[in-house]
Design a binder for this molecule. Sequence first.
Ligand SMILES: *[C@@H]1O[C@H](CO)[C@@H](O)[C@H](O)[C@H]1NC(C)=O
Ligand SMILES: *[C@@H]1O[C@H](CO)[C@@H](O)[C@H](O)[C@H]1NC(C)=O
Ligand SMILES: *[C@@H]1O[C@H](CO)[C@@H](O)[C@H](O)[C@H]1NC(C)=O
Ligand SMILES: *[C@@H]1O[C@H](CO)[C@@H](O)[C@H](O)[C@H]1NC(C)=O
Ligand SMILES: *[C@@H]1O[C@H](CO)[C@@H](O)[C@H](O)[C@H]1NC(C)=O
Length: 948
Amino acid sequence: MQPLRLLLCFCLVLSLLPILAKSITDPGDYAILLAFQSSLDNPEILKWPSANKDPCGPPKWPHVFCEGNRVSQIQLQNLGVSGTLPANFTQLSMLSNLGFQNNKFRGTLPSFRGLTNLKYAFLNGNQFDTIPSDFFGGLTSLLDMSLDENPLNETTGGWTLPADLADSSALVNLTLVNCGLVGPIPDFLGELSNLDMLQLSYNNLTGMIPSSFAGSNIKVLWLNNQVASGLTGPIDVITQMPFLTDVWLHGNSFTGPIPDSIGALTALTRIWLNNNQFVGLIPSNLTSLPSLQDLKLDNNLLMGPIPSVKYNFTFSGNSFCASDQGVPCRDDVTALLGFLHGLNYPAQLDSSWSGNDPCVGDWRGIICSSGKVVAINLPNLRLNGTISPSLGNLVGLIDIKLGGNNLTGQIPANLTNLKSLKFVNVSSNNLAPPVPSFPNGVTLLLANNPLIDKTASPNTDPSTTPGTQSSSPSNGKAGNGNQRTSKKTNVSVIIIPMVAAGLIAISLVGFLFYYKGKRRKASALMPETSVVVHPRDSSDPGSNSLKFVVANGSNANTPLSESSGNSNVHVIEAGNFIISVQVLRNATKNFSEKNVLGRGGFGTVYKGELHDGTMIAVKRMEASVVTNKALDEFQAEIAMLTKVRHRNLVSILGFSMEGPERLLVYEYMPQGALSKHLFHWKQFELNPLSWKRRLNIALDVARGMEYLHNLGQQCFIHRDLKSANILLGDDFRAKVSDFGLVKLAPDGKYSVATRLAGTFGYLAPEYAVTGKITTKADVFSYGVVLMELLTGMTALDESRVEETRYLASWFTQIRTDKQKLKESIDLSLDTSDEETFASICTVAELAGHCAAREPYQRPDMSHAVTVLVPLVEKWKPAKDESEEYMGIDLHLPLLQMVKGWQDADVSGTTASTDMSGTCSIVSLADSKGSIPSRPAGFAESFTSADGR
Ligand SMILES: *[C@@H]1O[C@H](CO)[C@@H](O)[C@H](O)[C@H]1NC(C)=O
Ligand SMILES: *[C@@H]1O[C@H](CO)[C@@H](O)[C@H](O)[C@H]1NC(C)=O
Ligand SMILES: *[C@@H]1O[C@H](CO)[C@@H](O)[C@H](O)[C@H]1NC(C)=O
Ligand SMILES: *[C@@H]1O[C@H](CO)[C@@H](O)[C@H](O)[C@H]1NC(C)=O
Ligand SMILES: *[C@@H]1O[C@H](CO)[C@@H](O)[C@H](O)[C@H]1NC(C)=O
C-alpha cells in the first residue's frame, strides 16, 4: 500500500503542478511590490494581505493586475497614497498600465527606461520633484503619458523633455501641464505622427512653436499660460496643423497677425488666443470657421472692427476702432489698416495707429489736414511687405513717402486715380514692374528698385526721376537714392500772385501743398532734408522736400512784407517735417508752464518728451502774435532749417501748422543757452565754463557760422547771432540756433527789401546804419560773442557805467593793453597760467578783428576756425601777430558810433560798397526799436548803387 499511496500522492502533485505553477507570482515582481509597499507612509491603504505571498492570486492583491505571473498594472488613483517609489520599482518590466494619479507620491521618479510594454503611465497629480534624464528611454509602446501637476522643477529649477521620448512613436496623448518644464518646445514632438493631444500649459516654456509642428496631426494643442514671459513669435505654423480642434495659446507672448491661412483649420471648435500680443485685423477666415464654437481674443493689440458672431466670443482689451461688434471702421481707417496689413503690421506702427480717426492721436507717419489724411510719411523704417491697394481709397492723399524700405510687389495701379496726389517716393525698395502710369502732375521717385531699374519706367521723365542716380557710388545706403540730385536745381520760393491766388483759393485753415507743375518737379528733390514725423528718424537722408503754400486765412488782405508785396498767400518751402499738434501737446504736457525753457519775441519754447523718450524743444508762437510778421519768421525759419544741417547748427525736427497753432520742433539742447552759463551760472548753481570749454564753444560757433555762410553756392546770413542763441549739449558742445531772421543772400545782382533785425549790442554798425547786410555783420556779432566768452560780461548792459556799457566798444579799446586785458577777463578763468593767458590773448585778438568797424576789415568765419583749431587742439601759445585793428572811434558808445558812421556814409564814404567776395543783400531798415532811422532816400540810393 505504501508505494501506491506514494504514487497517488505523486500523481496528485503532478496533476496539480500546472495549476500551482500558473498562480505563483514572479518572485522578482513580488519582491519589488514588497519594496514598493515598504516605501509608503500609509501602506495599509493598499490592503495588501501579508499572508498571501502571491499578488497575482488567486486571490489577487487589490489594485494589482497581472498577465500570467507578471505584474502588468497597478491602479492606485485618488487613494491618498503617500510615499516614494523605490529605484528598483521599474524592475516590474511587464508593466503596461500604471495608474498613480492624484496621490501623494513624492521624491525622485525612478527611471522608466526600458519599460517596453508600458502603454499608459498616469503619474499626474503627485509631488514628484525630480525626474531622471533617462526616464523616457525605450518606452516604445507608450500611448498615453501624464505628468501633469508635479513640481518637477523643485530641485533642479526645471527640466526639458529628453529626446528619448522620440522613441515613443505610438504616443497619442502627452499631458505635461504644470510640471516644471523649461526652455523651448522640442522639435521632435512635431514628428510624433500619432500624437493627438499635447498639453504643455502652465510650464516655463519659451521660444516659438517649432516649425516641425507643420504637418503634425495634433488635434488638441495646449500651450497656454507659460509662467514667465512665455512662448513668442508668430503662430503661422498652426495653420498647417489641419486636424486641430482645440487650441489654447493664451497667456503667452505670441506676436504678429492672426494669419488669414487659419481658414484652413476647418475642424477647429475652440481657439483661445487671449493675453498675447497679436496685432492687426481679425481675419474673417477665423471668425467664419465652420466648426468654431468658442473664440477668445481679449487683451491683444488687435485692430479694426469687431466681428459679430453667434458663438462664445470675448474681445475686450484690444485697439479696435469701435467698441461694438459689427460696427465698421471709418473708411480712411479701413484703408490705412489695409495698408498696415500689407506691411505685416510692423511693430513701430501698429502700437501708435489706434482708434477710429487717423487725425487724432499719435498715428505715426500719418499727416492730416482738415481732418483728412493728406500724407503718408514712412521712409526708411525697414518696412517689409507690399503696398496695399487700399491706399487708393484715401482720396485726400497728396504725398506718399515710402522710400528706403523693403517693399515688394507692384505699385498698386489704383493709386493713379488719386486726384490730389502730387508726390510718390518709393525709391530704394524692391518693387517690381509694371509701374502704373501716373498723371502728369505727379512726381514719382523710383530710383533704386533693382527690378524696376532694369526696365525703363513708362511715364517718368528721367530728368525728374533720379533713376540715373542709382549708379552713383555714394549710394551706399538705402534711402539716399534721391539725395543731392538737384544740387544745381534752383530751389526757389513759389510765389503766387494775388490774381492767381483766387484760383487756388483753397482757403485751408491749416495748409495745403502745391506743386508748380512739371517744370518744378525737380525742385522737389531738395537735398539734405529729412522726413521726421518721428524725430528718431532724423538721420533719414532719403526723403524730399515739399513746397507748402499756406493760405493766410486770418490776414488775407495784409500784404506780405517780403518776397511779394501783392500776394495774400504765404509760401513756405520745407521738407516734410510735419508733426501733429496732438503729439506735441502730449510731449509738452499740454504746454505746461513747468516745461517752459524760454520765451522769445515770437513765442515760448517748451521742453518735450516724445513717447519713445526722445527729448525735444518746441517753439510755440503765441496765438496773439501770429501776425504776418510772425508767420514770416516762422516760415523763414522752417525754410532755412530745412536747408541747413550741420552739427553746430541746431536742427529742426519738424513743425506743426494746424488751426492757429504754429509750432517748431528742434533737437533738445540739455544745457541750454550759452548766456546762462556765462552770465547767470551762480543763479542757476552751475559751474563756470572753463577756458577749454569756452574755446570749444568758440570753435563750434565759428564752424556753424562758416557753414551757414558758405552753404553750397548759396549764402546765408544769420542776422541774430548772440550768446542767447548759442545752445549747449550735455558735452558742452555748442550749436547755433534761432534761424528766424536768417536771410538767403542773393548773389548781389538784385536786392530784396527786408527789415532791419537783430539784437542790439551785437549789431554790426554798418548794418544798423545802412540796412545793408553781409555775412560780415554776423562776423561782427561773433566777435561780440567772443568778447562775452572772454569777459563774462553781456554785450550790452544799461546798468554798467557808460564806459563799459557796450562791450564791443569798450573791449576793443582795452584789448591791446595786456594789463587791462588781463583785468577784463572773467574772474572765473585762471589767467595766471601762462599758456592759458596766451590762448586768451589770441582769442581777444580774434574778437577785436571780428568786431572791426569796417566790414572788409573783418575776417571770414573760416579765418576764425583756422585761428581756433590749434588752440583747441593743443593750447598752442599764440604768436603775436601784428595789430590789424583799424577801428575808429570805438570808445564811443554804439549809438554814437552808429550816428557817426551814418553821417560818414551819407557824406559819400563808399568803403562798405566794396564787397568783393562777400555776399550781400540790402535791407530796408524799418524804424523799430531804438535803431536810429535812416535819412529819407538813403536806402534807395544805396540800392541803386549796389545794383549798378
Ligand atoms: C529594492 O530597493 C529597496 C530599497 O530601495 C531594497 O530595500 C530592496 O531590497 C530592493 N529589492 C530588490 C528586489 O532589489
Ligand atoms: C487620449 O485622451 C483622450 C482624451 O482624454 C481619450 O479620449 C483617449 O482615449 C486617449 N487616448 C489614449 C490612447 O490614451
Ligand atoms: C516651479 O514651477 C512653478 C510653476 O510652474 C513655479 O511657480 C515655481 O516657482 C517653480 N519652482 C522652482 C523652484 O523653480
Ligand atoms: C523660468 O525659467 C527661467 C530660466 O529658464 C528662470 O530664470 C525663471 O525663474 C523661471 N520662472 C519661473 C516662474 O519658474
Ligand atoms: C483666407 O483668406 C485669404 C485672403 O484673405 C484667402 O486668400 C484664403 O484663401 C482664405 N482661406 C484660407 C483657407 O486660407
